[in-house]
Design a protein around this ligand. Sequence first.
Ligand SMILES: *Cc1c(COP(=O)(O)O)cnc(C)c1O
Length: 235
Amino acid sequence: MSGIAENLEEIRKRVIAACTRAGRSLSEVELIAVSKTFPAEALRETVELGQRVFGESRLQEAESKMDLLPDSLHWHFIGGVQRNKVRRILSRFEVVHAIDSLRLASYADGVAAELGLFPKVFIQVNVGAEASKGGFEPDQIREEIDALLALERLEIQGLMCIPPAAPDAESARPWFVALRTLRDDLEQSAGVPLPALSMGMSGDFEVAIEEGATHVRVGSSIFGKRTYRVDGELG
Ligand SMILES: *Cc1c(COP(=O)(O)O)cnc(C)c1O
């Protein structure tokens, strides 16, 4: 097996173990293989092992890989969304993880109507209130959730976060708890289910699963170290 195949098997085992510890079913957790910066051949190795869900954060790069890979794959756009790319993103991706303002959401809703789509989206929350990161601050999402839910086309799955950089996985736990608690509050106040939580990356996905993640976004632990940065990526 190549390094990638071994890595994927290892990550799957760790996902299963985290579900077992948390008393959760494996079917509640989607492993998104974050393949940004890696070539189509690298993705293909994981497709051969049954991986179907991929996360990308740069549109053009993703589109060229999509053209080389089977149509049966599921693509999640996990990067920051620029307005002028909304149309292409909604056309090619099944799920968008980082809707970071009401303004962007309204715009995307209009584009979705023109395209005849009902896209699945996550609302990004800036849990650490960091100036360098996008997303709704917790107080802001509390105020704007009703307006977001009133949009006719966007199917809001739940919340997504990229917590502040932490020295170890355990330090990320309070941020994951905060996102889950915020989700619970919003469900209560808005009276609608927001079942999904997109949280956890290579360094902390097990802790995220323990705290309720339904989508974990794992890149470098599967594909290896990235050798160049992607727009909008964290340092
Ligand atoms: C790159 C990226 C990931 C994956 O990060 P790794 O540490 O490589 O697992 C997850 N989420 C987002 C939003 C990313 O940009």
